[in-house]
Design a protein around this ligand. Structure first.
Ligand code: SF4
Length: 445
């Protein structure tokens, strides 16, 4: 029996941590490895006595490993990110960067190795301390996931990444509150593909999936995620603007979603765990929209989508300054954006506008802040509504950098973007809106 209790923050015992439904532990001096292995509703976690933590999805695929100061994340597409703690003196938080293919292989190798050692230790009949008992039969749910993790190999995981890219177009951006969503791509690419600051979909021709293609995509995606869907509580409809097509095209696609999944009724209050642990229940559908979506769909159509499960949309407003939008080559004019926002709000949907902090460099800095605030004041957003603040990245690069140079506009420095962000934060709060950071940075889906 392990006689060392593995603990987390503040020396709390893992075995007393309510998040684990079932756990097995062996951390005594003679055990090798010395581990705590706990099954959560949505994942399996292994913690070693040296503090390293390994998280696996319910299909046994590595999700994350590392320890307090540095974590490495693996996405289903076999990409990955490194999150390293920044010292407080330079602002704290985590610095993130993409993992190289070699680092991803290393992450997989370590995670597979740990799962194999724990699996082998338990199955060799060594003593373990477990909940509900140390009897292996009662630990079956935990052992089943551990057995799946034990069967994974770096090469197998790499092959899964290739399969992912047969099912999905690359998932390059999601709203920050949707990183854990189950993504389904109703559409591919962006119908405009011309905003100077955005190169997310440059190589993806725009298309709407036909119902039979969407059914295949959905079935493949469900099969690929498997039990990992128990970790996902919302569905995000990709890519750039899944709702920007005619209602006639959308209705059968929503019908397919409703046939396969269950959503709460629009005014039904449910707790987030209503959906957690299930592969078919989701709290709602979410999507990006563009400023023309409110011209394509009236209030009644948005209301209809709400009864079909749509809950929140994200509008890339970028700025409330029309001159700046023109300079950015953003296709939707402000009156259309306003019309879209108002229709969505009137239909009872939540909408989060996104502002591009630092857009237009020094030439537009003042007008960008002032006119964005004026615009948001007029839109009828409810008090406390979120407004995402997305800072410009790589201002010297691509079409944006070229246009700045051509027009003699100096992009804002990192510090100036930070200052503009601070100003927007203060002013948005003053008008009763809730600023939320939105950073397009490496993330692993
Ligand atoms: S409309 Fe949105 S997705 Fe399309 S190019 Fe512009 S910013 Fe990018």
């Amino acid at each position: 029996m392990g006689n060392t209790d593995l603990t987390y923050q503040g020396n709390r015992s893992f075995r007393k941590c309510g998040v684990f439904k079932t756990w097995a532990q062996s951390a005594g001096p003679d055990s090798n490895p010395q581990f705590f292995c706990g099954l959560r509703t949505d994942a399996l976690e292994v913690i070693l006595l040296d503090g390293r933590q390994f998280l696996y999805d319910l299909e046994g695929r590595p999700l994350r490993n590392g320890s307090v100061n540095e974590y490495r994340f693996r996405g289903l597409s076999h990409n990955g990110t490194l999150a390293r703690k920044r010292p407080l003196e330079v602002g704290g938080g985590f610095e993130k960067k993409a993992l190289t293919p070699r680092q991803i292989t290393e992450l997989c190798r370590e995670s597979c190795q740990v799962a194999r050692s724990v699996h082998a230790y338990i199955h060799a009949g060594h003593p373990i301390d477990g909940f509900p008992t140390s009897d292996l039969a009662t630990l079956r749910p935990l052992l089943e996931v551990l057995a799946k993790a034990n069967r994974m190999t770096p090469a197998g995981l790499q092959a899964q990444g290739r399969r992912f890219l047969e099912i999905y177009r690359p998932i390059t951006v999601l709203p920050p509150d949707q990183y854990l969503a189950f993504v389904l791509q109703l559409t591919e690419g962006c119908p405009f593909n011309r905003c100077t600051f955005c190169n997310l979909y440059r190589d993806t021709p725009f298309q709407v999936k036909k119902p039979d293609a969407f059914v295949r995509h959905l079935e493949d995606a469900v099969e690929f995620h498997g039990d990992d869907l128990k970790r996902k509580t919302t569905i995000f409809l990709g890519q750039a603007n899944a709702l920007g097509v005619s209602f006639k095209l959308l209705a059968p696609l929503f019908e397919i979603l409703r046939h396969n999944f269950e959503f709460p009724q629009p005014d039904q209050k449910v707790r987030p765990d209503w959906a957690r642990g299930s592969t078919t229940r989701f709290l709602g559908l979410h999507s990006f929209i563009d400023g023309f979506t409110g011209l394509r769909h009236g209030i009644q159509e948005f209301q209809q989508m709400r009864t079909w499960g749509l809950r929140r949309v994200y509008l890339g407003l970028e700025s409330g300054c029309q001159e700046l939008l023109d300079w950015l080559d953003k296709p939707a004019p402000l009156p259309n954006m306003q019309h879209t926002l108002q229709n969505v709000i009137a239909a009872g949907l939540a909408v989060d506008p996104i502002l591009l902090v630092g857009a237009g460099g020094t030439a537009f800095a003042k007008a960008h802040i002032q006119e964005s605030l004026d615009f948001l004041r007029q839109c009828g957003l409810p008090q406390g509504n979120r407004v995402y603040l997305s800072p410009m990245e790589n201002t010297e690069a691509g079409a944006y950098g070229e246009k700045s140079r051509r027009d003699g506009i100096r992009p804002l420095t990192r510090e100036e973007i930070h200052q503009q962000r601070q100003e927007l934060v203060q002013e948005l709060r003053a008008i009763g809106l809730q600023p939320v950071p939105y950073r397009v940075q490496p993330f692993a889906y």
